[in-house]
Ligand binder design. Structure first.
Ligand code: GLP
Length: 264
């Protein structure tokens, strides 16, 4: 695992957007196959999406041969609800780039047959060729996508019951009313994320510092599902200074030395 540390969330986001753009262009240079990307929601990726949008508008990048799969969606929330992850993605990314509508995949939290929906999602990912890159965030408790504590690190796409903590944290998007936050979500599994050739996780702010410490320095554990990234050959966590506030000084120094030596 690598940890990239930047002074601000803005710098970290620009770094990440350029990494994504470089990967899309590198594949296009050698293959006609689409670039398959996993995408996340939340406040954290917004600046990365803004930089990707800027590049598309400037003619520096195209999503015409990109297929995306979002990581999660609330169960029972109408698609047109402003806080559905469908609405979020269209507002902050899809409506402003040139990705083809048929290449956009988001789990249907209103599907009549939830199990069939989850199985079809896993199948569609395989049929698309598997993930080249998965972009994710992290919850304050270390969850990746909506893989709450005690999710199997071998988990695949399924329905999950949200913890009280997650619902309280996400109440800020629902008029501060915990009761308005759906109780369940559909989420890709930890193993679904880790099936990607490359996984890039964003973490900004001191509220994420404990999750980052547990995921980076703690044992691999279902209690902090981001820790599953330790077993991935190509995992990167991109942080601002606040998010690495709980790391040991020696860990911090090592990650900085890697950045310098490898010119990251
Ligand atoms: C939710 C999402 C996660 C996201 C997390 C952090 O739990 N399901 O995918 O990483 O929120 O959100 P934020 O970026 O707003 O801190």
């Amino acid at each position: 695992m690598k940890v990239i540390i930047r002074n601000s969330s803005k710098e970290a986001s620009v770094w990440t957007a350029h990494l994504i753009a470089d990967r899309i262009k590198a594949k296009a240079a050698v293959s006609d196959k689409p670039f398959v990307i996993g995408l996340c929601t939340g406040s954290t990726p917004i600046e990365t999406y803004a930089e990707l949008i800027r590049m598309v508008k400037a003619g520096e990048l195209s999503f015409k041969n990109v297929i995306s799969f979002n990581m999660d969606e609330y169960v029972g929330l109408p698609v047109e609800h402003p806080e559905s992850y469908h609405s979020f993605m269209h507002k902050y990314l899809f409506d402003q780039i040139d990705e083809k509508p048929e290449n956009i995949h988001i789990l249907d939290g209103n599907a009549k047959d939830i199990e069939a929906e989850c199985a079809a999602y896993e199948k569609a990912i395989v049929e698309a060729g598997g993930f080249d890159l998965f972009l994710g965030g992290v919850g304050e408790d270390g969850h990746i996508a909506f893989n709450e504590p005690f999710s199997s690190l071998e988990s695949r796409t399924r329905v999950i019951t949200l913890t009280q903590d997650t619902r309280e944290v996400n109440a800020r998007f629902f008029d501060g009313d915990f009761n308005k936050v759906p109780k369940q979500a559909l989420t890709v599994g930890v193993a679904t994320v880790l099936s990607s050739k490359e996984v890039v996780i964003l973490a900004f702010g001191s509220k994420k510092a404990r999750a980052i410490r547990d995921a980076v320095e703690g044992p691999m554990s279902h209690y902090c599902t981001l820790s599953g990234l330790q077993a991935h050959p190509n995992g990167v966590v991109v942080c601002d200074e606040a998010a690495i506030g709980e790391l040991k000084v020696n860990s911090y120094r090592y990650f900085k030395a890697v950045e310098e030596a490898e010119n990251l």
